[in-house]
Structures are given as C-alpha cells and as structure tokens.
Design a protein around this ligand. Structure first.
Ligand code: SF4
Ligand code: SF4
Length: 106
C-alpha cells in the first residue's frame, strides 16, 4: 500500500482555507458601453447598381459579416463587423463604402 504524505495534504487544505479569506488576485471588468471614436466610419453601404455579385467582399471578410445572396440582396451583420474595411478594399467595382450615416446599413 502506498504511503500517503499527510503533511502535504494538510498543507494543501491550509492553503485552500487561507485563500478563501483572501481578496481575489484577478480584477473584475465591468461591462460598459464603449463609445466609438467619431472618426470610425460606421455604416455599411452597398451600391446595388455597381455590384456584379462576384462575392469577393464576402470571401474577404474575416468576420463573416457579409452575405451576398444576389446582386440586389445582401445581408450585413453590424454586430460581427470589425470595421477592417477589407470588403471595401476588395470590391472590384467600388460598390462598398462605409459612411457616417446611421441610416445607411446596406
Ligand atoms: S469591414 Fe471587415 S469585418 Fe466588416 S464587413 Fe467589411 S470585411 Fe467584414
Ligand atoms: S465585391 Fe463588390 S461587386 Fe463583388 S459582390 Fe461584393 S459588393 Fe458586389
């Protein structure tokens, strides 16, 4: 039969009890509304007249925030968007723009 080291078990229990009454080492991060800097362009605008349904923007998006269904139909999820502008840069027809107009979103 293996010998138990009762000292180390006792030490472990002591350490546990001591830490119950200590303040946590980590700090709590409170969720708060983060305001976007005014220079961040916020609203996604897709010009359907220019779009040729090539889906390059959709494949360029690292966040899966855009889904091009057809030339006239696009889904954009602002909550997923990282505002990296890769979609805008990748579009061969310059159909995508980010604007400051809150009402834009595609
Ligand atoms: S800005 Fe970036 S994250 Fe947002 S839709 Fe375009 S490619 Fe995706
Ligand atoms: S990359 Fe431009 S042209 Fe191609 S699907 Fe996207 S918006 Fe349309």
């Amino acid at each position: 039969m293996r010998n138990f080291n009762y000292h180390s078990i006792f030490d472990a229990i002591l350490v546990g009890i001591k830490h119950v009454f200590k303040r946590p080492v980590t700090t709590r991060v409170y969720k708060k509304e983060i305001e976007r800097a005014p220079y961040v362009r916020r609203s996604f605008h897709l010009d359907h007249n220019k779009c040729i349904d090539c889906k390059t923007c959709m494949h360029a998006c690292p966040c899966n925030a855009i889904r091009i269904i057809s030339k006239d139909k696009c889904e954009y999820d602002k909550d997923k968007c990282a505002f990296c502008n890769l979609c805008e840069k990748s579009c061969p027809k310059l159909a995508i723009k980010f604007t400051n107009d809150e009402n834009d979103d595609y």
